[in-house]
Each structure stands twice: as structure tokens, then as C-alpha cells.
Ligand binder design. Structure first.
Ligand SMILES: *[C@@H]1O[C@H](CO)[C@@H](O)[C@H](O)[C@H]1NC(C)=O
Length: 276
């Protein structure tokens, strides 16, 4: 109990007394004599005790669901250092990371079997050659992709009785890896991939690879995920840390591959505020 409340306090960067109504049990801890318990302390404590922290596999299912439900995320890449001779970026950013929001989709399962990584959580990306993110990957940068559930604050419920809804309590995951351009696709395979990607990005039709009169040259790529860092929310009720990457890669929508987790898939869990 004590560590849970301290976990909450540690995550509050503003003075609690000004911003929030403090739960009774937290007040007891803040007061000079934490051993004094009243009936209302016990009630507030039992409210908090009803939260159970998901285990790591369940958290990985949530993270994998977050990818499936995301249509964009912030991709961080590193500017080449030294800058290439033709660079338009100031020399002062050489070697620095830049995070830019990009379109992504969970379309690995739409690829033909000989190209597919079998729906293993490698995001599909429509890369524009002119974009800074893909200039940097072209110059050798690896990348990370941040996804979060912060747009769903209105549907979520407060984590603690007496506290307002909190974006900091909502999940986010950062995937690490490298960009792998996909080889030339047959017309049939390209159509399959386009159907999946355009479902969440209808506007991207204009700059699909090979689109006539496209303003920008583009290519299909996948992000090969090599590591993943999860922040489920407040650390006392959610996991925070590195995901077992074999579990990440082994999760499918309705099951997980043999030997991974408890056999469930990402359709068996719900993110905060989602309907059952
Ligand atoms: C990018 O990642 C690959 C594979 O994970 C690694 O071998 C390589 O050294 C990385 N490149 C850079 C520039 O860090």
C-alpha cells in the first residue's frame, strides 16, 4: 500500500495540495503520524486495493493492441553527423534526434506470405523520400516510434478516486528498430497493402508509390522492431519497463504463437475506456 501511494506521489510533478483532492490514505502518509488510521482511511485504501496491476504478458497484449489501433505515431531519427554536403539542415542539429509524427498502420498481415513477417508487430510505413524522417533513415539512422493512447482521455476513467482524469495514467509504448524498405510488390500485393493502409489513411492515396501526379515520391517500408519500452500508466497500478520482444513478436489478434504468454491475442484485451 505504502509503495503504491508513494508511486502516485512520485508521478505528480505539481504540488498535490494545490491541484488535487488528495485521497485519505495519501493524506495519512503525508501527515506526521502515518500510523493513525480512521474508518475513512480504510475505505479509501480498499478502493485502491481493488486495482490489480496487469502482468507483463497482459501489458504486452495492451501494447500490441495500441499498435493495432494507432494510425500515426512520433518517429525519432538522428540527423547524420557529419551532415552530408548537400544538407539543408543546420550543422547544429547533426547527431541530434528529431521526433516527427508520421502515418503508420498495422498491415504486416496484408503482405504476401513470402514477404510477410507474419503479423508480428512490425509497423507498416508509407515513406516519403522528401521527408526528414526518411532522409535520416536513408543516411543510416535507426528509429524509434512512440505510440500513445492520450487522445482517449475523455473515454477513460480516473485511476484514483478523487483525482481528475490523467493523460499520464494512459498507456504509451516506444518501439525501437530499423526501417526496411519493402521490395517491389506485384499489382495484387500492392492492392492488398493499399487497402489495409488506406483504411486508416484515405488521404494517402494521392502519394502511394507509383501514384500518377503524386506530389512526392514514396515507397513502402516496414519498421523491424528490435526492442519495445512500455509505460502502462502510473507505476503502482501498471507495468513500466522493457517488453519481452519474443512475446511482442508472438502476439496475433486472436491468439499468441506456441510458447508465448497464455495463448491470448490482442483482441482479448481493451485499452482504457474502450467498450468490451
Ligand atoms: C541500427 O540497428 C542495427 C540493427 O539493430 C545495428 O546493427 C546498427 O548498428 C544500428 N545503426 C546505427 C547507426 O546505430
Amino acid at each position: 500500500m505504502v509503495s503504491r501511494v508513494l508511486g502516485l506521489l512520485a508521478l505528480c510533478s505539481v504540488p498535490l495540495t494545490q491541484a488535487f483532492v488528495i485521497p485519505h490514505d495519501a493524506q495519512a502518509l503525508l501527515s506526521s503520524d502515518a500510523s493513525v488510521h480512521t474508518l475513512s482511511d480504510v475505505e479509501a485504501t480498499s478502493d485502491i486495493e481493488t486495482f490489480t496491476r496487469p502482468n507483463w504478458f497482459e501489458s504486452t497484449l495492451l501494447a500490441r493492441r495500441l499498435l493495432a489501433k494507432s494510425s500515426s505515431g512520433v518517429i525519432s531519427t538522428i540527423f547524420p553527423n557529419p551532415p552530408p554536403p548537400n544538407s539543408r539542415s543546420p550543422a547544429s542539429v547533426a547527431g541530434l534526434p528529431i521526433g516527427l509524427r508520421e502515418y503508420i498502420a498495422d498491415c504486416e498481415s496484408s503482405l504476401p506470405s513470402e514477404l510477410s513477417h507474419s503479423d508480428n508487430g512490425d509497423p507498416t510505413i508509407l515513406a516519403l523520400r522528401v521527408a526528414t524522417t526518411f532522409k535520416n533513415t536513408g543516411a543510416g539512422s535507426n528509429l524509434s516510434l512512440e505510440l500513445d493512447w492520450w487522445d482517449h482521455l475523455e473515454e477513460a476513467v480516473p485511476v484514483y478516486p478523487g483525482l481528475p482524469r490523467s493523460p499520464a495514467a494512459l498507456p504509451r509504448v516506444t518501439l525501437f528498430g530499423y526501417l526496411e524498405p519493402l521490395p517491389e510488390l506485384s499489382a495484387h500485393s500492392a492492392a492488398q497493402l493499399e487497402q489495409c493502409f488506406l483504411a486508416s489513411h484515405p488521404d494517402a492515396k494521392v502519394w502511394l508509390p507509383g501514384a500518377s501526379r503524386s506530389p512526392h515520391s514514396s515507397f513502402w517500408a516496414r519498421m523491424v522492431v528490435t526492442s519495445a519500452y512500455w509505460i502502462g500508466g502510473f507505476g503502482d497500478v501498471q507495468q513500466i519497463g522493457w517488453i519481452d520482444i519474443d512475446e511482442w513478436k508472438g502476439i496475433r489478434p486472436y491468439e499468441s504463437v506456441g510458447g508465448v504468454g497464455d495463448g491470448r491475442g490482442w483482441e482479448d484485451v481493451r485499452l482504457p475506456g474502450e467498450k468490451e
